[in-house]
Design a protein around this ligand. Structure first.
Ligand code: 5GP
Length: 120
């Protein structure tokens, strides 16, 4: 996808349920669903349902502060629901150097095995 184009992404279709996904949590603000290409035994994404300019974290503005906090809270709740009691990782890939591929802000939550640090 084109960086920062602000064009619709595949996540809009997931939100609209035009394409199927394994949804773990949904409310008016956020959606959590399993990543189609899991990098850990448990790997899900948390996204804002209304992108509102949040193509990437580095584009966030003051009005986004509440939704950004909510996404982290949802990540924690779903991690608990998924029994990630031994820990997990929350990642945001931002822009080209961050290996972002979908320009609709999303948190990766990965767990269920010992992860390594630092990432490549
Ligand atoms: P990024 O590289 O932008 O941080 O991560 C995008 C993530 O979205 C990738 O981990 C990729 O596997 C996931 N993804 C891309 N398309 C789909 C899809 O259609 N369904 C689901 N569930 N995940 C997707």
């Amino acid at each position: 996808e084109k960086a920062d184009a602000g064009e619709p992404t595949i996540f809009d279709k997931i939100i609209a349920k035009q394409i199927p996904s394994d949804i773990l949590y949904e409310d008016d603000t956020a959606l959590a669903f399993r990543d189609i290409s899991p990098q850990a035994p448990t790997h899900f994404l948390v996204i804002p349902k209304h992108r509102d300019g949040l193509t990437q974290l580095s584009k966030s503005e003051d009005r986004h502060e509440k939704v950004l906090g909510h996404l982290l809270h949802v990540a924690s709740k779903v991690a608990r629901q998924e029994n990630l009691t031994h820990g997990f990782r929350v990642t945001i890939n931002d822009g080209q150097n961050g290996c972002q591929s979908v320009y609709h802000l999303h948190l990766h939550v990965m767990g269920g095995r010992q992860l390594s640090w630092p990432p490549g």
